[in-house]
Design a protein around this ligand. Structure first.
Ligand code: SF4
Length: 116
């Protein structure tokens, strides 16, 4: 039996996951999204990666970025390595794509900070 807190909404239901012969049995979820979350966590955990990158802009050393979608938890460090090499050379709008296809995937890098 494994326990986790559902982070899909602020209610934070306490979930219990039991492994059965034909999959998992989830209890404690107040809605179906909790069960989906638990099954995803058990079979293919993913996270949206939020970090900062360097810039060459005067007076602005780093800016906030995130991945356009969740990436496999086991590959987070490969994504971090790919992101480390991205440098913002000119001002862009918040929401701009700064790099496409990180780690040969369909995941892009998005600027999440408004630059003045
Ligand atoms: S199970 Fe449903 S109600 Fe409970 S925290 Fe998750 S999303 Fe919210």
């Amino acid at each position: 039996m494994k326990s986790m807190t559902c982070i899909v909404c602020p209610k934070g239901c306490s979930l219990s996951i039991e492994e059965k012969e034909k999959g998992f049995r989830v209890s404690g979820a107040l809605c179906p999204r909790g069960e989906e979350y638990a099954l995803q966590e058990m079979t293919d955990p993913r996270r949206t990666l939020q970090t900062t990158i360097r810039t060459n802009l005067p007076g602005c050393r780093r800016v906030a970025v995130r991945t356009s979608k969740e990436v496999p938890l086991g590959e987070i460090f490969s994504y971090m390595d790919a992101i480390k090499g991205v440098i913002l050379e000119e001002k862009k709008e918040c929401g701009s794509v700064l790099a496409r296809g990180l780690c040969d995937s369909d995941v892009d890098l998005i600027l999440t900070e408004r630059l003045y």
